[in-house]
Design a protein around this ligand. Structure first.
Ligand SMILES: *Cc1c(COP(=O)(O)O)cnc(C)c1O
Length: 228
């Protein structure tokens, strides 16, 4: 089941990439939140090396029981300051950094751990009140501030588009995010800004057409999440 679904998603990623003539790669982050560790193990056996979780505690429990090839763990959900200590020791890439307070805390904890934490800056392009992420107006100042922190390495930008029945509706949102991403490259050393994380089950193809380098896909691989 998961195997078929995963193959379909991978084929759709490939097709979207080719439709716009992209020659760079697109990383699939399999979003395993609300699915058991067995689901993580299943996709790992199928060759997935990047998994995404949105809660620190849930992710930690899975990491402790996971048996399989080493994985790159992505934190994609909102991060509270009091969870930063755990997040920094558990995740290779934190996608959801959206405030000065969070930047400061991550830098402080990473310094203590003798680590440089890789992060993405999350921008709420569509200004949805229900979503976290900095505004487009806040972005330049936080981008410049992040650059000054020695234990933080910004790798790019993350964006969540509003849900839309027709994903074409959110193409302009992805386009704005891609423009910010391209623009931010000039402020950092060459090659450092390489990740544009956007696109989920209902809109990942449009996101890829607009330049996503990371898509975060859960439902299309694992089916609907069950919330207890
Ligand atoms: C849950 C989640 C996803 C995956 O969503 P699907 O619609 O199941 O693909 C992607 N990104 C974030 C930030 C999420 O919280």
């Amino acid at each position: 089941m998961i195997e078929d679904a995963l193959q379909k998603v991978q084929a759709r990623i490939e097709q979207a990439r080719l439709r716009v003539g992209r020659t760079d790669k697109v990383t699939l982050v399999a979003v395993t939140k609300n699915h058991p560790v067995s689901a993580v193990e299943e996709v790992a056996q199928l060759g997935i090396t990047n998994v995404g979780e949105n809660r620190v505690q849930e992710a930690k429990e899975k990491m402790l029981t996971y048996r399989g090839e080493p994985l790159t763990w992505h934190l994609i959900g909102h991060l509270q300051t009091n969870k930063v200590r755990q997040a920094v020791s558990l995740f290779q890439l934190i996608h959801s950094v959206d405030s000065k307070k969070l930047l400061d805390e991550i830098d402080k904890v990473a310094a203590k751990n003798d680590k440089v934490q890789e992060i993405l800056l999350q921008v709420n392009v569509a200004r949805e009140a229900s979503k976290t992420g900095m505004t487009v107006e806040e972005f330049p100042a936080l981008r410049d501030y992040a650059k000054t922190l020695p234990h933080i390495k910004v790798r790019g930008l993350m964006c969540i588009a509003p849900f839309a029945e027709n994903p074409e509706t959110v193409r302009p949102v992805f386009r704005v995010a891609a423009a910010l991403f391209e623009d931010m490259k000039q402020y950092f050393p060459a090659g450092q800004i390489s990740e544009l994380s956007m696109g989920m089950t209902h809109d990942f193809e449009v996101a890829i057409e607009e330049g996503a380098t990371i898509v975060r896909v859960g439902t299309a691989i694992f089916g609907e999440r069950v919330y207890y």
